[in-house]
Design a protein around this ligand. Sequence first.
Ligand code: MN
Length: 235
Amino acid sequence: MSTNGKYVISPPAQAALAVAGSAELFPVRRIWCVGRNYLEHIKEMGQDEKEPPFFFAKHPDMLVADSGTVPYPSLTKDMHHEVELVVALKSGGRNIPESKALDCIWGYGVGIDLTRRDLQIASRNLKRPWEVGKSFDMSAPCGPISPVSATGHPAKGRIMLKCNGQIRQDGDLEQQIWDVPGVISKLSEMVALEAGDIIMTGTPSGVAATIAGDRLECEIAGVGKLTVTIGQPLK
Ligand code: MN
């Protein structure tokens, strides 16, 4: 990739996330997501419990900051919320052993993997890629990133999402099939990881439809919070 010379159009803005309690920003390079990383969610989706988790991607410009509003997206009649622990990397590499994986982490946050469930299931049934269901404008709300110095490395703790004050998702990080070191190690077998990569590490059970006007409040114990409002569709 050449970065010499003048751009013929203005280069896109660098995507970034807030850093908790700071005016500084965490710049985002790539967004990877883990599919089917909690057993109870695999069961509620009617999928094979013995199949290992896997990865898909969203784009950095799809991030939405804390307190943001996500217009109800196009093409779907069944958008779901999936609250997830987000891992933000300060370094990377290829074939990272689990014993070295935590050394790559800058911090943690709370995210929502918004999903056009009807389109995801249709593409799954047609054996097509998942982008139409997973990778759409404003599909990746993510709260501020807290540094490891504040959070430690959370391996257990409540992960919860409320919709309009009612608890919808209520799990524990220790229910993850691949824990965070496992996620980083596996992903680094597939691609080279780098500083600025973030990983949404999968959702516990309780995923459900969300509609315009909903207020989604998420919290992961010891990590942080995220609040998002679902707005009217764009005209
Ligand atoms: Mn997810």
